[in-house]
Design a protein. Structure first.
Length: 332
């Protein structure tokens, strides 16, 4: 217990129980918009369990003297929802190695030829963990319509996971889909340089997705779901396009807009890289962490009440544990 040891405590937040509560609500919205489904019993039961976890998390947060958040929305939640003093909340964006991810005009020709494609095609990219919460259901529906109408468009998918089967089914229909699997850092940088636009169709209300940062550093235009972390990476249309969760036409029109406006797409890519170099590199991230840690040692904030009671764990995914206050002696 850091409070008992008397050492500074700094906690980083890459997600919260409130985020997971929102995730379940987002899933309900997506399922209604894409499939016209009502909330399931599983949705309702999970929201009830997560509601309890949100309550205990809000309580536990009050005893932490220094919080590090990785996105603007996470910081705003701590300050405006959990009422943590703003001076105790430090914003340090995720960062990736800027030496690995940078523009390389020659990489497009090399990568597309290696995978049997034509550099004159309009290549739509997506990648990462191909899991349901990453929104591949919406992308698969949108890109299917586009590939049917535009024979010069190719979908290139990097990564692996259960949702890959959605893209395999598009291939079976004769549509132009290229699955390139898991990639090394070198090949991943070439992948970003090879695609004309990168899509991040997530429905999780999460912290800050590193695939958007990697794409930004390589000057690749981005289209992302209009949710929390997208606002950090794409604050306005000069830095990319955002689409509505679960509305197929919203994503379809965003992709076709950048296809039809290549000079605007190139400017978006340049704007993204310029901004990412200032905010989202591993070098910038390390410097900011160093500053926060020095501040925690040299200018300690008052800690909350010392919690010395029982440790309680909630098994609702993701599991969380917290310490209760010490029980008062009934004789005193």
């Amino acid at each position: 217990n850091s409070q008992q040891l008397g050492v500074p405590l700094v906690v980083t937040w890459h997600g919260s129980m409130m985020d997971w509560y929102r995730n379940e609500m987002n899933l309900i919205i997506q399922n209604f918009r894409l499939k016209h489904n009502a909330p399931s019993k599983s949705n309702i039961d999970r929201l009830k369990s997560l509601g309890e976890s949100v309550a205990y998390e809000t309580y536990a947060l009050q005893s932490v003297p220094h919080h590090i958040t990785i996105s603007d929305s996470a910081r705003d939640d701590l300050v405006n929802v959990d009422l943590i003093p703003a001076a105790s909340v430090h914003l340090v964006y995720n960062g990736v190695n800027e030496e690995n991810f940078k523009p390389d005009p020659a990489a497009r020709e090399l990568f597309v030829s290696k995978h049997g494609l034509d550099a004159t095609d309009f290549i739509v990219g997506c990648g990462g963990r191909l899991a349901p919460e990453k929104g591949h259901g919406q992308l698969a529906r949108s890109i299917s319509d586009i590939l049917e109408m535009h024979k010069d468009v190719v979908l290139m998918v990097a990564g692996s996971g259960s949702e890959g089967k959605k893209y395999e089914k598009l291939k079976e229909k004769g549509l132009r889909v290229k699955m390139v699997g898991m990639l090394s850092q070198v090949d991943l940088a070439q992948f970003y340089n090879a695609v004309d636009v990168f899509i991040d169709p997530f429905w999780q209300h999460h912290g800050l997705n590193t695939v958007m940062i990697e794409a930004s550093l390589t000057s690749t235009p981005i289209i992302a779901t209009k949710l929390a972390s997208a606002v950090t990476t794409i604050p306005n249309e000069a830095f990319g396009l955002r689409f509505d969760l679960g509305l197929k036409e919203s994503l379809t029109s965003a992709i076709l807009y950048l296809k039809d406006h290549p000079s605007e797409a190139r400017q978006i890519g340049a704007n993204l890289r310029e901004r990412a170099l200032k905010l989202f590199t591993s070098t910038v991230m390390a410097h900011k962490y160093e500053k926060v840690l020095y501040d925690a040692v040299l200018n300690p904030h008052p800690q909350g009440p010392v919690l010395e009671g029982d440790v309680v764990c909630k098994d609702t995914y993701p599991a969380m544990c917290f310490r209760m206050p010490k029980k008062e002696d009934p004789a005193t």
